[in-house]
Design a protein around this ligand. Structure first.
Ligand SMILES: *Cc1c(COP(=O)(O)O)cnc(C)c1O
Length: 478
């Protein structure tokens, strides 16, 4: 398909937010995981391993996971939130949102960090159980849980099922009664707060699929039904307001509303709801424009918010849970690609270089799906050249197959170079697809000396195994 030249003529080659780099070879350390460095030779290293050697040995594209960084981040979240909330009440626990990135190794690191685990499908529950995760610290989410998911959750004895609709109440109650057990449940409440980056919207209406609305009275009615069901134990209320959030303002409104509802339910029914879950959404840095608040600071701010809301409603401070996904997995990974072609395009107001790499929207759909911005660096050498504006694109048959929309790379960027994109640890491998029948890349876990696949690259054998006409297949495609 020919490019639409007229459209691109008016495009500015770089957006105003993108700073012209002082040194295009240098890393911006805050974008990279703790053990990633770049030496004078311009070669990116993770825990001392040059990515040039990793690319030779393991191939590209691949996700490269900084194991120590992932674990440290998980442990720091656990420590910061426990400390802050023990100051104002009984404490807090993070439940890592497994949908951000999950494999058996990651589940193990999460357990060691003393975090719980949020699952929202049978597949995620299966990984958690196989990893030996303590079921008491597992939660099950989902707006349309299957009978199999509910059965698995109850049989395994998980700590909480987050009820998302009226329909689900009798289903979970019956499944628990059948087993002669009591299901510990939370109620997902939509509080009319939608938060994203530095903005949030507080409304009286919720026009989305998740949860039971607070303002319409649905949440209170659902709570009453749960309290009436002998095989259900309502342990608390849940609210998740969005993702990639950088400050406390949205949480403040949500916490005020949820703690108000909790006080009302406790009064009306003479029960006590020991727990409140305020969800996830803590933002990370994808580009120089993102300014995440350190865990210690945001934890202290949120502890104050919850303490204050409880004081206003004259209620006990609950045990508070959170569900960080991106904030733990996101910064711990980068994706390593090899450049295949470079095409300069005169946009009319400057040149933009299209740098095509050996992956694309099949390993990172976030740019196309969410308009996400990423950054990148030349990873195999230094360059004496000036920076040029580039767009890093994939190999798929879509013009929207963009990985990094706007970035500066050295002007001599060429086929054979390696390009690394930081911040790809969350919602990239889990959202990867086999579009164009491209096998999904592996996740190489680097931990000091130790280098191994956390998820090995998909083979053609794996990919074609579901096609009865094309299995088994050899790696040469025959
Ligand atoms: C996605 C999700 C999270 C995690 O969000 P992050 O932005 O990755 O922190 C937590 N809770 C629920 C209910 C979610 O749907």
């Amino acid at each position: 398909m020919p490019a639409h030249i007229a459209g691109s003529l008016h495009a500015a080659p770089s957006p105003v937010w993108l700073p012209y780099p002082d040194d295009v070879n240098a890393l911006m350390p805050s974008l990279w995981s703790a053990n990633v460095t770049k030496g004078d030779d311009g070669v990116l290293r993770i825990a001392g391993h040059p990515v040039t050697a990793l690319a030779e040995q393991y191939g590209t594209p691949m996700y490269v996971l900084d194991v120590a960084d992932f674990r440290a981040r998980a442990a720091e979240f656990a420590r910061a939130f426990s400390t802050a909330f023990e100051r104002v009440g009984p404490g807090a626990r993070g439940y890592y949102a497994g949908k951000a990135f999950l494999c058996t190794a990651a589940a193990g690191w999460i357990a060691e960090a003393d975090l719980g685990l949020d699952c929202c499908s049978l597949g995620e529950l299966m990984i958690a159980r196989r990893a030996g995760f303590d079921p008491a610290l597992v939660g099950l989410h989902g707006n349309n849980k299957s009978d199999a998911e509910i059965a698995f959750a109850l049989d395994w004895g998980i700590g909480r099922i987050v009820i998302d609709s009226f329909d689900e109440i009798p289903r979970v109650a019956a499944a628990a009664a059948d087993r002669g057990t009591t299901a510990r449940v939370m109620l997902r409440v939509t509080v009319g707060v939608e938060a994203h980056t530095h903005d949030f919207i507080a409304t009286a209406h919720e026009d989305q699929k998740f949860g039971l609305s607070l303002q319409g009275g649905d949440a209170a009615a659902a709570a009453a039904q749960i309290i009436d069901a002998p095989s259900l134990e309502l342990i608390g209320l849940h609210s998740h307001i969005g993702s990639q959030i950088f400050d406390k303002a949205g949480f403040e409104v949500a916490a005020g509303r949820i703690i108000g509802l909790r006080a009302e339910i406790e009064r009306t029914h003479g029960v006590s709801l020991p727990e409140v879950d305020l969800g996830g959404g803590f933002g990370i840095q994808y580009t120089s424009q993102d300014t995440p608040t350190p865990f210690g600071e945001i934890a202290e701010q949120l502890a104050d918010v919850v303490g204050k809301a409880c004081a206003e409603h004259g209620s006990e401070v609950p045990f508070v849970s959170f569900e960080p996904g991106r904030a733990i997995a996101g910064p711990a990974m980068f994706t390593l690609y090899r450049v295949g072609t470079v095409k300069p395009v005169d946009t009319g107001s400057g040149v933009r270089c299209y740098v095509s790499v050996d992956g694309g929207m099949s390993d990172n759909i976030r740019t196309a799906l969410y308009d996400a911005d990423y950054s990148c660096t030349l990873a195999n050498r230094t360059s004496p050249e000036d920076p040029v504006v580039v767009r890093v694109v994939g190999k798929h048959c879509e013009s929207g197959d963009i990985i990094v929309r706007d970035e500066y790379l050295p002007a001599d960027i060429a086929a054979g170079d390696l390009v690394a994109v930081p911040g790809t640890g969350a919602y990239c491998r889990p959202l990867a697809s086999n579009y164009n029948h491209v096998p999904r890349p592996g996740v190489l876990a680097v931990d000091g000396e130790d280098v191994r696949w956390a998820i090995r690259p998909e083979s053609y054998q794996d990919m074609f195994a579901t096609d009865p006409g094309f299995a088994p297949v050899h790696e040469n495609g025959e």
